[in-house]
Ligand binder design. Structure first.
Ligand code: ADP
Length: 455
């Protein structure tokens, strides 16, 4: 069943129950107060006759009272104390007789109601006593035919029925539009997720409202945007990889064709084969790095941590890279406190540092200095690699950890980089629960800072 129908039915039944109850109470109260009012006016009329009778109760007065009542929808019967009828405005029938025979003890001065059942009886009635010379002289009975009351009540019922039908129609229309309005965003979200599951991420939901549904729509929109971004990034990444692969493969194919020529001298052939070898090494390096990244992405990259003495660990890396720095005429310095240890994966972390140091060497000129500095504060280890190299332009800084991102494409090809090194470094540092950041100034140098939390 559609959610709009479900919601609509729920609303309908809830409001219907509320309407039935409130109509029932309202109707009951109105009928009750109407009958109460009728009885009150009947009693008041009886009392006013009493007032006249207490002044004079001769036959002329009685005749006047009878005459007065014959022109109204009420009847009057006046009896003496023993029940003899002194006046009756109409013929006394059985119902009136039954009421007249009712016992009337302890009658208050203002009289009381004798018959209030307007549904079953023919009359509602009140009685008031009147005195003469301080002695009780008789009773004034007032009658009102319940047909009148019934007519009035049935009129009231008609009004109620009409009001109920109008409310019901109004309620159905309101519920119809309300459930539509409520379910519309849900339906558009359902359509959006359907599109997403089919791989179409170009989803645009209407501006979200400020409620839970709006928050859900916002989340779906964010998810769609993220997926769209990832899709674009993946496409760009694949395009860049195929481009990166195409270049060395074109060289390899071209030089292989030339090397096959019979008339080629041995030295030329050797030179071309060297180029082929160099380019295949490039390709295999690229593939290795891509493979590393893929493993990192799928969390299949196992990190086996162990307690490592940072000073010894850095010293061994320092010794490893020093010859390369020396041949580039770049000074390398290490500043690390002794007896500082940390739990990390030495193989993966060496990869991080070798990548960063290799970059410092590649992007620094002769007679500059690269410094590796480590210190610990509140169980947090800060490691920085600062060079005095060419630096990174400000607009490139946010992207240098992106895959295949290189600041200067032509320069990097000559230095052999594919722009994957820093992406791998970032993933590895994060796999250690750490953070990496960069500060750089063109022409002055670059500083990479790694923060590792011991806790
Ligand atoms: P690559 O293998 O091309 O060096 P990386 O991911 O290691 O790729 O670095 C991405 C880019 O960031 C490099 O192409 C280079 O332009 C820039 N870069 C990285 N390290 C440094 C540095 N120490 N000094 C200047 N530029 C750097």
């Amino acid at each position: 069943m559609k959610i709009s129908i479900k919601l609509g039915l729920w609303f309908f039944f809830c409001i219907l129950v509320i309407e039935i109850f409130s109509m029932f109470f309202l109707h009951n109260n109105l009928v009750h107060s109407q009958v109460h009012q009728e009885l009150g006016s009947l009693q008041a009329r009886g009392n006013s006759h009493r007032a006249v009778l207490e002044i004079t109760s001769d036959s002329a007065t009685l005749h006047h009272i009878g005459l007065m009542e014959s022109h109204t929808d009420t009847e009057v019967v006046i009896t003496n104390t023993i029940g003899d009828i002194l006046l009756s405005s109409s013929k006394i029938n059985r119902s009136m007789r039954t009421i007249l025979n009712k016992p009337i003890d302890n009658l208050p001065r203002n009289g009381r109601v004798l018959q209030s059942d307007w549904q079953k009886e023919q009359y509602i009635a009140t009685v008031t006593s009147f005195n003469k010379g301080g002695e009780k002289a008789g009773y004034v009975y007032m009658f009102k035919n319940t047909d009148e009351v019934q007519k009035l009540i049935s009129q009231l019922n008609k009004h109620f029925l009409l009001a109920s039908i109008l409310i019901l129609i109004f309620m159905i229309i309101t519920i119809f539009f309300l459930s539509k309005a409520l379910t519309k965003p849900l339906i558009s979200m359902k359509e959006a997720t359907k599109k997403l599951s089919k791989g179409d991420f170009s989803v645009t939901l209407p501006p979200p409202s400020r409620d839970e549904l709006g928050e859900l729509a916002q989340s779906i929109q964010t998810l769609a945007n993220d997926l769209n971004y990832l899709k674009q990034e993946r496409n760009e990444f694949l395009a860049s990889i195929s481009h990166e692969l195409r270049t060395p493969l074109t060289y390899i194919k071209g030089y292989a064709d030339i090397a096959k020529r019979k008339e080629l001298s041995e030295t030329d052939r050797a030179q071309y084969l060297d180029i082929i070898q160099e380019e295949s090494e490039h390709v295999s390096l690229l593939l290795n790095e891509l493979f590393d990244l893929a493993k990192l992405d799928h969390n299949t990259f196992s990190i086996s941590k162990e307690k490592v003495n940072i000073s010894d660990f850095l010293q061994s890396i320092f010794n490893k890279v020093l010859p390369a720095f020396k041949s580039n005429k770049i000074k390398l310095q290490l500043a690390c406190p002794k007896n500082l240890s940390f739990v990390l994966d030495p193989i993966r972390f060496e990869q991080v540092l070798l990548n960063l140091l290799d970059n410092s060497r590649k992007y620094s000129k002769e007679n500059t200095t690269t410094i590796i500095k480590v210190f610990e504060e509140n169980e947090v280890i800060q490691l920085s690699i600062k060079d005095q190299g060419i630096g990174i332009p400000e607009e490139d800084l946010p992207h240098i950890f992106d895959r295949l991102y290189r600041v200067d494409k032509s320069r990097s090809r000559s230095t052999g980089g594919y722009g994957l090194g820093l992406a791998i470094v970032k993933q590895l540092v994060e796999a250690h629960g750490g953070e990496i950041s960069v500060e750089s100034q063109v022409g002055h140098g670059t500083s990479f800072k790694i923060i590792l939390n011991q806790k």
